[in-house]
Design a protein around this ligand. Structure first.
Ligand code: NAD
Ligand code: ZN
Ligand code: ZN
Length: 346
């Protein structure tokens, strides 16, 4: 089968032919319908050989939707042809966090060498993929697989971040979304669907600011050195109760800290290497700063329920498997509006 692999440190991903996988005991073989292209893959492909936590080659793709092609011995719960989404942050399944479905915070994944598909295990950017356990699949019913696949990360990750701050997202409050890309443009829609807050979006490109407005941002502000002052002006000097940073670079975490309200939440989701110092008097009193990871199995089910209710409309650009390297080039250049989705069998 064809697969999109990251094969050599520092090189572009390549489309190669690899042996068709077969499901082992308890595993599921999926025929992949759609695989999303995430900026985290670009971060992974910028790491040095020493920084890479897993060996190459790696089949990319940590957002996957497909249909059940085969069940390994003893695997149950699905039938051939069922359309499903893959829950990516695989954990051990039995520690106290996994027992609550929070496999993104598995206590034993590192020790047991459990890694997500596309981020260590073979991922979704191939004609077929192996899912290690049926509990890592969520049925999608009649949802459009192409618009649904980004919800497994670009939807789930902001959903998890928003859920953590729900107590502060009361009517009349302000949420700032920094970076209106794959994750950010879904975050804006989730905030609008789940709360009655005012949403201020920040980005560096006019196209992304226009998308932010289209998907529900009340204000869209250019993310430059004047951005913090502008957000403070828009909030009457008070700042935002919740700031979600989907860039996480040094200038954006600085802006995030500067626009946080007293007792506010700053959530750094982007992995751009920015650091926000915390200490008495450094940030407004009571500011909480967190850097969460992905989301829980239950939260993925909830995000898909929001999609069933028609509350989110992911903007997608589709590419064939042979065009996957082009999709990564365009994402790297900031030229994807919404999410790029690869159709491995399309
Ligand atoms: P993306 O490229 O689709 O979106 C990034 C957006 O940020 C773009 O619209 C870009 O124009 C904008 N941007 C760039 N510099 C900016 C700046 N200085 N100010 C404001 N906006 C700026 O990326 P994505 O796939 O949405 O991923 C976003 C980030 O989240 C990445 O760093 C990714 O690695 C990370 N991520 C983290 C998790 C997690 O679990 N913590 C999960 C998924 C992705
Ligand atoms: Zn991702
Ligand atoms: Zn666990």
């Amino acid at each position: 089968m064809k697969a999109v692999q990251y094969r050599t440190v520092g090189a572009a991903p390549e489309v190669v032919t690899v042996p068709d996988p077969e499901p082992g005991p308890g595993q599921i073989l999926l025929k992949v319908t759609a695989a999303g292209v995430c900026h985290s893959d670009i971060a992974v492909m910028s790491w040095t050989a020493d920084e890479l936590p897993f060996p190459l080659p790696l089949t990319l793709g940590h957002e996957g939707v497909g249909t059940i092609a085969a069940l390994g011995e003893g695997a149950e719960g699905f039938s051939a042809g069922d359309p499903v989404a893959v829950y990516g942050p695989w954990g051990c399944g039995t520690c106290v966090n996994c027992a609550q479905g929070k496999e993104n915070y598995c206590l034993r994944a590192k020790e047991l060498g459990i890694v997500p598909p596309g981020l260590g295990a073979p991922g979704a950017m191939a004609e077929y993929m192996i899912v290690d356990n049926p509990r890592h699949l969520v049925p999608i019913g009649d949802l459009d697989p192409v618009k649904t696949v980004p919800l497994t990360d670009a939807g789930l990750t902001p959903y998890h971040a928003i859920k953590r701050s729900m107590a502060k997202l009361v009517p009349g409050a302000t949420a700032v979304v920094i970076g209106a890309g794959g994750l950010g443009h879904v975050a804006i829609q989730l905030l609008r669907a789940m709360t009655a807050v005012r949403v201020i979006a920040l980005d560096v490109s006019d196209e992304k600011l226009a998308l932010a407005r289209t998907v529900g941002a009340h204000e869209a502000v250019l993310s430059d050195q004047h951005a913090a002052a502008k957000v403070l002006e828009l909030t009457g000097g008070a700042g935002a109760q919740v700031v979600l940073d989907f860039v996480g670079a040094p200038p954006t975490v600085k802006t995030a800290g500067a626009v946080a309200q007293v007792d506010g939440d700053v959530t750094i989701v982007g992995i751009g290497g920015g650091m926000l110092p915390v200490g008495f008097g450094v940030l407004p009193y009571g500011t909480t700063v967190t850097a969460p990871y992905w989301g829980s199995r239950r939260e993925l089910a909830e995000v898909l329920d929001l999609a069933h209710a028609g509350a989110v409309d992911v903007h997608v650009e589709t590419y064939s498997i042979d065009e996957a390297p082009l999709a990564y080039e365009r994402l790297h250049a900031g030229r994807i509006n919404g999410r790029a989705v690869i159709l491995p069998n399309g």
